[in-house]
Design a protein around this ligand. Structure first.
Ligand code: ZN
Ligand code: ZN
Length: 229
């Protein structure tokens, strides 16, 4: 009886160890396998998705004075920046992976308004839509062209121009102008009188004389009166 009991206990122990090993082994092998499978599946799917657009006609950029061009094929976006003074973009500047690609440019997301050959660019983001015909399949790209903000204007004024000349009687004005139309106006001081000497007149037996005086030869203003003594 004792022998039988020991054998039974030993067998049970052995079975438990076996089961534990198998269970542990399963967990250990399953976990990486599952992860690997998932990774493989995900990568494979993504690779397949990524390979299909590469065979398609895609926009690759914009020619000319366009900066920071980037093409996001996954989200089908074309991003670019243009200088502040670039007021329009010609459709001939669009570049594609296939030279003979046929495409239509729309100015609205509902694809009802076809863009003209030259798209006017406003300051900030300009969004338009490229519908590319890829062997009968339509591929839609969103193009976002950002026109940089114009630098702040700094006035540059020209020479002074007299708008009203000063005289010895009144002040005048002058102004200088920036090409933007802004002006600075300044007052011109009165001119000095032009002194003319009035000689003294000696008294006669009929007329009283005059002391020496001064007047302005331009405006006639008496500068030094000569009252009769
Ligand atoms: Zn100015
Ligand atoms: Zn005067």
């Amino acid at each position: 009886m004792k022998k039988l009991l020991i054998i039974t206990v030993c067998l049970l122990l052995a079975l438990t160890i076996c089961l534990a090993t198998v269970a542990c082994g399963e967990i250990k092998t399953q976990t990486p396998n599952q992860t690997e499978n998932n990774t493989n599946d995900g990568t494979a799917d993504k690779t397949q998705n990524n390979t299909s657009p590469s065979t398609q006609a895609i926009p690759t950029g914009l020619a000319g004075a366009v900066k920071n061009v980037s093409v996001d094929t996954a989200n089908r976006r074309l991003l670019a920046t243009v200088a502040a003074d670039m007021e329009s973009l010609a459709l001939s500047q669009l570049q594609f992976s296939s030279p003979d690609v046929s495409y239509t440019v729309y100015t609205d997301i509902t694809l009802t308004q076809t863009a003209s050959d030259v798209i006017p660019l406003v300051e900030g983001a300009n969004v338009f839509y490229l519908q590319i015909d890829n062997d009968g399949e339509n591929i839609l790209y969103t193009a976002i062209i950002t026109r940089e903000a114009a630098p702040a204007h700094v006035h540059v004024y020209g020479e002074w121009t007299t708008t009203e000349p000063a005289t010895c009687q009144k002040t005048g004005t002058r102004e200088k102008r920036c090409e933007c139309g802004d002006t600075i106006t300044e007052t011109i001081e009165k001119l000095p009188h032009t002194e003319a000497l009035d000689a003294a007149v000696s008294a006669t037996c009929t007329e009283t004389g005059l002391t020496e005086g001064k007047h302005c030869s331009v405006c006639g203003e008496v500068l030094v009166a000569r009252p009769r003594p």
